[in-house]
Design a protein around this ligand. Structure first.
Ligand code: Q9C
Ligand code: ZN
Length: 674
């Protein structure tokens, strides 16, 4: 039968939210970070952004005892069932709660616990069966600390573990034989790890603060040496952070150099995410700084596997704004939207590389893709850890649990950073510049995979405005694909990402075009095009705009300033010339001299406004060179023939000018006094 809209339409994304899970709360209304407002805040956000309307919204139903029993003891199930009954008064509940680590109970706790577990089962079953393409369970209480016979760390039942067992043992017809659990909550999921420690059907991967075993849940369970046992050996992967402040670029480095290669090799049938957002920027317990954009990229990378069958289940996350914005960014990814808005850090911590290397070493025997050594150079790389005052939790270990995030003053400005502004600047974060590498030159390289800054900048589109030989598309593509075209004497290296521009348009700008310098490697004797950095309403320059990524623009900058032959080639460049904070800067100040290109002919990045809401960038000489051109210190010369004919080809093929007009345009730019 021919395709009808019905047969081609993708199954919807499922969202599960149920107000009844708000009934679990502290018995006398004491403040607690794990409180009902968390999931309310998330739900409000999804509603007000029109996201829930684009999904299938589901209500919770309680998990059956027999399903819970596959990972918890009968006595634990019985305790959680009865804890809210009338035979238990507040005092007795308190006494039982205090026999656990970081647990409270009230009359709503039982129902919430059964609903949370049932929710994750239900949504997982629907994703596994294909009724939903993916799903998000906005549940509480969280689950990953809960063990076989105990509640712990705000968790009563291990929701994700219960759902994983359910798929494997109760629904053989769905053919789920291999499950990947990704736990990006800032805490180690000790419960989940134990439940599948000798089971190769579940690959448990957790990235969490470890701080030498002092971070909650303290001890050795979260160490990278915990790799699984018996048939489960190699199927437990811990990435133990050494301190606070890890952010997008650190997580993406872990994704690129540990998780994704392993997932490729493992080939899971479904992915369950223990999605705690206490690793988010602004979280009062986590002290780290993953942005909504970071979560979106991490999630998007996972959607390439298991035919996109992904279930996210909420775990921790204690800053309402942060968790709402983070979940929003994730659901948008599941709906097929492209992650927007960037991160501020482009260099991982040196400890990030150390941790990655330890984990790869520990697991390479089970996952040969992890075998290659990371180059020593990485360790001298740029970002160094500096303990900060603005951490809520005293650095080193987790703070006692009863901190209330909304009233903790310092969380306010951080929470705003977690919002939707593109101006994520270092100054807002109040991070000591001295801790950062911004001023250090690009140094190191990475053997397999690409530098994390590339991953981040490859998601950002800009317009590159060309006014010289690059107006001829074939010539411009040499910078993307590599090689040379007619008239060029030397080939280009090309960009790492060789994908074509997403769009090409023409524009005129009120700027003076002129030709300067007296010879180039590519074109021989004669001048090449420059744009006067200042605008002048009586001038008019033709521009061909290419929609490319900020990563490609960086590769263009490298090539245009002929830096590639020195020490930085293609994918081995460890820092970009123009990162996100530079993009913010140039958008506000219209011009930015790249210090790394000091002396380069095209070291000045110009901002020419916006098109389609994306910035238009080009490169030219610094303003200071204009005086030197005028005084004759730097020569002004007519373009060589090969260059002129490239310019004419660009303008004519681009249908901007006739051949005669194009020649006239170049003549005028050549002859008119600067
Ligand atoms: N010294 C989740 O994020 N902290 N749980 C207590 C006791 C408990 C976090 C510190 C943190 C539990 C799901
Ligand atoms: Zn947590």
């Amino acid at each position: 039968m021919a395709d009808t809209p019905e047969t081609t339409r993708l199954p919807p994304v499922g969202l599960l939210y149920d107000e009844r899970m708000c009934n679990h709360a502290t018995p006398d209304g004491e403040d607690h970070p794990e409180n009902p407002e968390r999931i309310r805040a998330i739900w409000r956000k999804l509603e007000s952004e029109g996201i829930s309307q684009r999904c299938v919204v589901m209500k919770a139903k309680e998990a059956e005892d027999r399903y819970i029993a596959s990972v918890h003891s009968q006595s634990h199930i019985k305790l959680i069932r009865s804890i809210s009954s009338r035979e238990f008064d507040t005092i007795r509940r308190r006494r039982i709660a205090s026999s656990f680590n970081s647990i409270y109970f009230n009359q709503g706790s039982s129902e919430s616990a059964f609903l949370a577990a049932g929710s994750v089962i239900e949504i997982s079953e629907k994703v596994a069966s294909g009724d939903l393409s993916s799903g998000v369970a906005i549940v509480r209480p969280p689950g990953h600390h809960a063990e076989h016979n105990k509640a712990m760390g705000f968790c009563l039942f291990n929701n994700v573990a219960i759902a994983a067992s359910f798929l494997l043992n109760e629904r053989p017809e769905l053919c789920i034989k291999k499950i990947l659990i990704v736990d990006w909550d800032i805490h180690h999921g000790n419960g989940t790890q134990k439940m599948f420690y000798n089971d190769s059907r579940v690959l448990y991967f957790s990235v969490h603060r470890f701080d030498s075993g002092s971070f909650y849940p303290a001890g050795g369970d979260g160490s990278h040496h915990m790799i699984g046992e018996g048939p489960g050996q190699g199927y437990n992967i811990n990435v133990p952070w050494e301190h606070a402040q890890y952010g997008d670029v650190d997580y993406i480095a872990v994704w690129d150099h540990v998780l994704i290669p392993v997932v490729k090799a493992y080939g899971p049938d479904i992915i369950l995410i223990s999605a705690g957002f206490d690793s988010a920027i602004g979280d009062p317990l986590g002290g780290c700084c993953v942005t909504p954009y970071g979560y979106a990229i991490m999630l998007k990378k996972l959607t390439e596997f298991a035919r996109g069958k992904i279930v996210m289940a909420l775990e921790g996350g204690y800053n309402f704004k942060s968790i709402a914005n983070s979940v929003l960014a994730c659901v948008k990814v599941l709906l097929g939207e492209k992650p927007s808005q960037g991160s501020f850090e482009l260099q991982p911590f040196e400890s990030t590389w150390r941790v990655i290397q330890m984990v790869r070493h520990e697991l390479k025997q089970y996952w040969p893709v992890l075998t290659g050594e990371l180059p020593q150079k990485l360790f001298t790389s740029c970002r160094r850890y500096c303990p900060l005052e603005l951490n809520y939790s005293s650095s080193g270990s987790d703070v006692e649990n009863d901190e209330e995030p909304s009233s903790t003053a310092p969380s306010i400005h951080i929470a705003e950073v977690a919002g939707d502004s593109l101006s994520l600047t270092l100054s807002k974060l109040n991070i000591n510049e001295a801790c950062h590498s911004a001023s250090e030159p690009p140094s190191c390289e990475i053997v397999n995979g690409c530098a994390p800054w590339r991953t981040l900048l490859s998601e950002i589109d800009i317009w590159y405005g060309s006014y010289g030989s690059n107006m001829w598309k074939a010539r411009f593509l040499c910078y993307i694909k590599g090689g040379k075209v007619e008239g060029m004497s030397a080939p280009c290296y090309g960009s790492r990402d060789t994908s074509l521009p997403k769009d090409v348009i023409w524009k005129t700008v009120p700027r003076r075009l002129f030709f300067g310098r007296s010879s180039t490697r590519t074109w021989g004797n004669g001048g090449v095009a420059f744009l006067h950095p200042d605008s002048c309403s009586s001038d008019k320059a033709h521009m061909c705009l290419y929609k490319i990524t900020l990563e490609q623009f960086n590769d263009l900058l490298f090539q245009e300033n002929s830096l590639v032959e020195k020490d930085i080639i293609g994918q081995q460049i460890l820092s970009p010339l123009l990162g996100l904070s530079d993009l913010n800067y140039v958008s506000e100040n219209k011009s930015l001299i790249l210090q790394a290109l000091k002396g380069g002919w095209y070291s000045n990045v110009l901002y020419l406004g916006k098109e389609d809401n994306l910035p238009i960038l080009t490169m030219s000489c610094p303003l200071s060179d204009i005086e030197r051109f005028k005084s004759g210190e730097i020569p002004i010369s007519a373009p060589p023939k090969s260059y002129t004919s490239t310019l004419v080809k660009g303008l004519v093929e681009g249908k901007q000018l006739s051949e005669e007009e194009a020649i006239e345009y170049i003549k005028d730019a050549t002859n008119r006094k600067l």
